[in-house]
Design a protein around this ligand. Structure first.
Ligand code: BGC
Length: 384
């Protein structure tokens, strides 16, 4: 459906037909990439200026901060062409610094949890910054989400985008090796948002980069996402202990609340008294994607808001997907549009390697060695 709509618009553009004459087919016109525009967003306590970049292409509008590579706003049209910002965030820098639960941020060096913040690599033990009870979450106390990235805009053919660079020094947050990271955000002429991650190191280390957008396809601040329909192409997931650290088992989803192989609303099984649902206070687990690690991004999940018709289709090279149903949103944050965020008002679909892989020899490896390049790609395709 989404493809045919784009084809219609491409044809319409060629014939010189304006979008409005097509009524509901206005969504996601093809092309129209504009040069990214930069503006000052705020200033950190140490005087560092943080900028916001605005990009638009193929009917998708994206605003990105140099702080944390944060997606501050992502607007897409509904089936009637009406735009909404479908990503949770704040309208000011201070809130991002003081209280953001990783809204829209780039996550590194290691997305998700590492047990006790400890691991051993090549016989050497490392202790990381611990910031989630006894464990390390999303890179430690000052992860990539709290760093200011160097941002360079680009236009390439009909694509527009940003290159984001950050170099993490040897020992930062306890991780070995100088890690040079480059993340490319591309808005394609079809309105897809693509993320390409690359990293190199000068010492053996572990890496697991991801993006932490909180999606609400009805629009941020509009209420619960329990009515969103979700499909995840995974027959297994990684059960966790009470600290949300994987037990090492790859359990079957069949017959459990974790079975999203066919479209199911987020709310349908979220109140099933399953031990794993209790541990997560909802869904906060890693699905082991059936496709595994792939050299090219392959489709793994679809999210749909039946009311607006907005859809998100995700393809990735990664073997895992952390589906987090916004369980720890507690009504204390005021979002971009001035509305309060409550439990379940958004969800995250984080493409990544499995949590705690450095301590789980049977999980796909997250080790990066000098001379090798870490590469990972995730594509978000929107429709309505
Ligand atoms: C994790 C949650 C965590 C949240 C922080 C998610 O990626 O899975 O457990 O609370 O990030 O905002």
């Amino acid at each position: 459906m989404e493809l045919s709509r784009r084809t219609v618009m491409a044809g319409a553009a060629a014939a010189g037909v304006t979008a409005t004459t097509l009524g509901s087919a206005t969504a996601h016109a093809t092309g129209g990439g504009k040069k990214p525009v930069k503006e000052l967003f705020g200033t950190l306590a140490d005087g560092t200026r943080v900028h916001r970049w605005s990009l638009e292409n193929g009917g998708t509008r994206l605003k990105v901060l140099s702080y944390g590579g944060v997606v501050q706003s992502l607007e897409i049209p509904d089936r009637r062409g009406r735009y909404a910002n479908v990503s949770l965030g704040f309208d000011n820098l201070d809130d991002y610094v003081a209280k953001s639960p990783y809204f829209g941020a780039l996550i590194g060096r290691y997305g998700n949890r590492i047990d006790q913040g400890r691991f051993t690599l090549d016989g050497r033990a490392y202790q990381l910054s611990v910031n989630d009870g006894a464990n390390t979450l999303h890179g430690g106390a000052q992860g990539f989400d709290k760093r200011v990235w160097d941002v360079e805009p680009f236009t390439k053919g009909s694509d527009v985008g940003l290159y984001l660079y950050y170099t993490s020094v040897d020992g930062e947050m306890g991780y070995p090796g100088t890690l040079r990271t480059k993340v490319t955000y591309t808005l394609t002429r079809g309105g897809d948002w693509r993320i390409d991650y690359e990293a190199t190191t000068d010492k053996a280390t572990v890496v697991n980069l991801t993006s932490h957008v909180y999606w609400n396809l009805a629009g941020e601040g509009s209420g619960t996402v329990e009515d969103h329909e979700l499909t995840i192409d995974a027959s297994r997931y990684t059960p966790v202990d009470s600290g949300l650290i994987p037990t090492g088992e790859l359990a079957r989803v069949a017959g459990t609340p974790f079975d999203f192989r066919r479209a199911k609303t987020v709310g349908e099984d979220i109140r099933v008294a399953h031990q794993q649902v209790l541990y997560g206070q909802g869904f906060d687990h890693n699905w082991a994607l059936d496709k595994g690690v792939t050299s090219r991004p392959e489709h793994i999940a679809t999210l749909r808001d039946p009311r607006s018709g907005r859809t998100l289709r995700i393809a990735t090279t990664e073997p895992g997907l952390q589906f987090y149903s916004g369980n720890f949103q507690d009504g204390t944050l005021v979002g971009t549009g001035g509305r309060v965020y409550r439990q379940g008002d958004a969800l995250c679909l984080e493409t990544q390697h499995f949590p705690d892989s450095p301590n789980q020899p049977s999980f796909p490896s997250t080790v990066l060695r000098p001379g090798r390049t870490y590469r990972s790609t995730t594509v978000h395709a929107f429709g309505s």
